[in-house]
Design a protein around this ligand. Structure first.
Ligand code: NAP
Length: 479
């Protein structure tokens, strides 16, 4: 590979790293995305100049099909379906690593065998890539409700998985040390004959099964964390494949995806006050809370709540000095981001100081609320992170909770038996008045009742968030 190509890969890597850095703030995220895309374009163009590329027509057809499917999906996918979209994209990344690594292994084997280091990278790519592929498909199926969302558990689950992993490691080791001619040929006692293809297929199939069996026991509710972890795996598989085909661009970008995926996974676990082990093996919150849902209506498990009319809620807001909007998953469901912006603008015109409180795991994916509000062009300086807004809430006249539930549940602070105990929350109960917009007394993601709704200073405005906000806008205009 020429020095120029190496330099171009280095430039692409710098663009990826700076792009990632910029992605960490809503103010610079768009530019970060664009910069990283340019980096990827450079990496692709440079790769196409490599001698080993056999058929440009094949690549062109692939680009046309891939770009068309990508463009259609990007335009049509609903914001609430983004986690499953990411899941399927991760899965394909893992699948691609399996195919590239296997093809390279077969090619090198045909030329007298692969060196141990290359063979090791191949088997590692196949294992991680196949687990990512099938695991991501199960995650997609759970989120799309094609597969039961519950945590599927069965007897001897962990020992069986351990046994499967052992079989995979043995098969991989057999291939690494030379297959039928290698040191472990006696152990397998002619199981695979003289073939190198059979153990390779066995490795792929067993790894695919492992991916399915690892994700099945995890409840649909924990899928966003699993998807972030699988995203990290797909990066690790890609980096390993980069070693197989000696491509520095792939090694660097794979390593970045692997590292950022694992960091994101840890951030999500911390924000939910759960350990990664608890997410992976804890079989938590089976179906996203719906099964535990109470009958819709103003009476919840904790007694009756105070309902408010849109007119009264609008008066509270219109005459407030400070208001904090607390968006949650329900805002995304009702797609009310533009409507809430309209209400906020109206209030600001009346002299109300409006801020938005952003909880790190509000919604169903990291940054969900930031993305949603950015869509409605809410100014970034109005978005306040949890740590920054919490001390402000005591001095806030009205907290307007829109489709948020778990992230404002005070039980997280003091009820040790609660599944969300210890999770940092937005302290909206400390505001002077709280108005909650939701459709019923149904619980959120964690499937638990929320004591905030029964507080003296809380008023419930029942209905779809968008419809309620539209009514509030009309009433504020009248006030
Ligand atoms: P939440 O606790 O899931 O509650 C959402 C609420 O929105 C529900 O109580 C629902 O009540 C209401 N809602 C749904 N559709 C609505 C509509 N059309 N109009 C008005 N309200 C509507 O949401 P959250 O407070 O945002 O908390 C997020 C939860 O997800 C946390 O438990 C978090 O740990 C978990 N989680 C988040 C992530 C992430 O990355 N963000 C990842 C994994 C898990 P009704 O049905 O009564 O309307």
């Amino acid at each position: 590979m020429s020095a120029l190509m190496e330099l171009a890969y280095l430039l692409a890597a710098v663009f990826f790293i700076v792009g990632l850095k910029w992605l960490s703030s809503p103010a610079t995220a768009r530019n970060g995305n664009a910069l990283a895309s340019v980096g990827m374009l450079i990496a692709i163009v440079v790769t196409l100049f490599e001698q080993r590329i056999v058929s440009f027509s094949g690549i062109l057809i692939g680009i046309i099909i891939g770009a068309s499917v990508g463009a259609i999906l990007a335009r049509t996918i609903k914001m609430t379906a983004m986690p499953q979209m990411v899941a399927i994209l991760n899965g394909f990344g893992g699948g691609a690593s399996v195919l590239v690594a296997s093809a390279e292994f077969l090619r090198v084997s045909g030329q007298g065998g692969a060196p141990v280091d290359v063979s090791f990278s191949v088997q590692f790519s196949i294992l991680v890539g196949a687990v990512t592929f099938s695991g991501s498909l199960v995650a997609f199926g759970k989120l799309q409700e094609l597969v039961a969302g519950q945590a599927v558990t069965y007897p001897l689950q962990k020992p069986l998985n351990a046994l499967l992993l052992l079989a995979i490691l043995l098969t991989a080791a057999y291939l690494v040390v030379g297959g039928p001619e290698g040191a472990l040929s006696g152990v397998f006692a002619g199981l695979f004959g003289n073939s190198i293809v059979m153990p390779l297929i066995t490795l792929v199939v067993l790894s695919l099964i492992l991916g399915v069996l690892t994700v099945l026991p995890i409840g649909g509710a924990d899928m966003p964390v699993v998807i972030s972890l699988l995203n990290s795996y797909s990066g690790i598989a890609a980096a390993s494949t980069g070693f197989v085909i000696s491509n520095n661009g792939l090694i660097i970008s794979g390593a970045l995806v692997g590292a950022s995926g694992i960091i994101l996974t840890m951030i999500m676990c911390k924000a939910m006050n759960r350990s990664l082990a608890n997410v992976l093996f804890g079989a938590f919150s089976a179906g996203g809370g719906e099964s535990a849902a109470a009958e819709g209506g103003p009476v919840g498990a904790g007694g009756s709540v105070r309902q408010v009319s849109a007119e009264d809620a609008a008066i509270m807001l219109a005459y407030a000095k400070t208001a904090v909007v607390v968006p949650g998953y329900g805002l995304a469901v009702s797609q009310a981001q533009h409507t809430v912006r309209e209400l906020a603008t109206l209030l600001e015109e009346r002299g109300v100081d409006v801020k938005y409180a952003i909880h790190p795991v509000a919604g169903r994916m990291p940054g969900h609320m930031n993305v949603l509000l950015a869509e409605a062009d809410v100014p970034y300086e109005q978005l306040w992170e949890m740590e920054r807004i919490n001390p402000e809430l005591e001095r806030t006249d009205v907290a307007l909770v829109i489709g948020a539930n778990d992230v404002v549940n005070p039980a997280a602070r003091h009820t040790e038996s609660s599944p969300i105990y210890g999770m940092p929350i937005l302290d909206v109960d400390r505001a002077q008045q709280v108005i909650v917009l939701k459709r019923s007394m149904n619980p959120g993601f964690a499937g638990i009742d929320n004591e905030l709704f029964y507080n003296q200073n809380t008023s419930m405005l029942f209905g779809d968030a968008k419809a309620s906000l539209t009514k509030l806008i009309a009433e504020v205009k009248e006030a």
